[in-house]
Write a protein that binds this ligand. Structure first.
Ligand SMILES: NC(=O)C1=CN([C@@H]2O[C@H](COP(=O)(O)OP(=O)(O)OC[C@H]3O[C@@H](n4cnc5c(N)ncnc54)[C@H](OP(=O)(O)O)[C@@H]3O)[C@@H](O)[C@H]2O)C=CC1
Ligand SMILES: Nc1nc2c(c(=O)[nH]1)N=C([C@H](O)[C@@H](O)CO)CN2
Length: 238
């Protein structure tokens, strides 16, 4: 089976990645997604026509195995969206070295290896014919005293946006999306939610569609590359 120029989204079993996947399926865009946990939403994506591949990027072998499976399914990609992520704080329950390694593995090793392994699938489609999008984070530019390794890994991913944009132009555009609060997690209590909302000028958690809209803008552009695009409600002005 060969899939015609699919978009590949990593970590699309829930939340923002799932919203992106549902958006592209609704417009009949061929789609490959990776999932780690088989959330019920993955069954729905598969029934809607997505090719859903299990992948655990916690090892380089897992990343390379996933890349090989993608290459066996298609000779080309319309876009590669690096969404898979773990929001892990420093904790007394986890050795600091393990936290640092885990954050660099998912936010740096996975995009780094997949961009290299899948480069040939992204090239060959003309000027601005394909896209890579890195999901980073507002804290990449500001740091965070409770998510030091997480922020550092997202800063590294921001920097890789610059390098891959230079390496792959003009066939492939490479951009980052740097969100601040987009959506809460189920366990976030009312106090945390209010404090988080107060950190931006707009004081909302806008939801996944903010990211979907920006991804569509980037895919439609023939010129925008090598930039990080903030989606943060004016948080930098608070
Ligand atoms: N939500 C927000 O408000 C914000 C999000 N962002 C960024 O936007 C992106 C999407 O955010 P969000 O939807 O909340 O992300 P999630 O926290 O829901 O993570 C997305 C997916 O990544 C997968 N994943 C995590 N670790 C691995 C791994 N080692 N191997 C394979 N898959 C893995 C998870 O799989 P599993 O389901 O098995 O856990 C999960 O389904 C992320 O990059 C995030 O950092 C940035 C700022 C704010
Ligand atoms: N992988 C994830 N990264 C981040 C998440 C998340 O849920 N998963 N959430 C945030 C917060 O919303 C933060 O931006 C505001 O407190 C950051 N990154």
């Amino acid at each position: 089976m060969t899939i015609n120029r699919p978009i590949l989204i990593t970590g699309a079993g829930q939340r923002i990645g799932l919203a992106l996947a549902q958006h592209f399926l609704a417009k009949s865009q061929p789609l490959i997604i990776s999932y780690r946990t088989r959330h019920s939403a993955v069954d729905m994506l598969e029934q809607a026509g997505a090719v859903c591949l299990h992948a655990d990027f916690s090892s380089n072998e897992g990343i390379l195995e996933f890349a090989a499976r993608v290459k066996s399914l298609t000779p080309s990609l319309r876009a590669l969206i690096h969404n898979a992520s773990e929001w892990q704080p420093e904790s007394r329950d986890t050795a600091l070295g393990d936290t640092l390694q885990a954050m660099m593995q998912i936010h740096v090793a996975a995009p780094y290896l997949l961009n290299h392994e899948l480069e040939t699938l992204l090239r060959g489609h003309g000027q601005a014919g394909s896209d890579i999008i890195h999901l980073t984070d507002y804290v990449a530019e500001r740091g965070n005293d409770k998510y030091i390794a997480y922020a550092a890994s997202k800063a590294a991913l921001e920097n890789m946006t610059l390098s891959f944009a230079s390496k792959l132009a003009p066939e492939v555009k490479v951009n980052a999306i740097a969100p601040a609060l987009i959506m809460f997690n189920a366990g976030d209590d009312a106090d945390y939610r209010q404090r988080s909302l107060n950190k931006s000028l707009m004081k909302i958690a806008p939801g996944e569609q903010e990211i979907v809209s920006l991804v569509e803008y980037l895919l439609a552009s023939r010129y925008v590359t090598g930039r990080s695009h903030a989606v943060d409600g004016g948080r930098h002005l608070r």
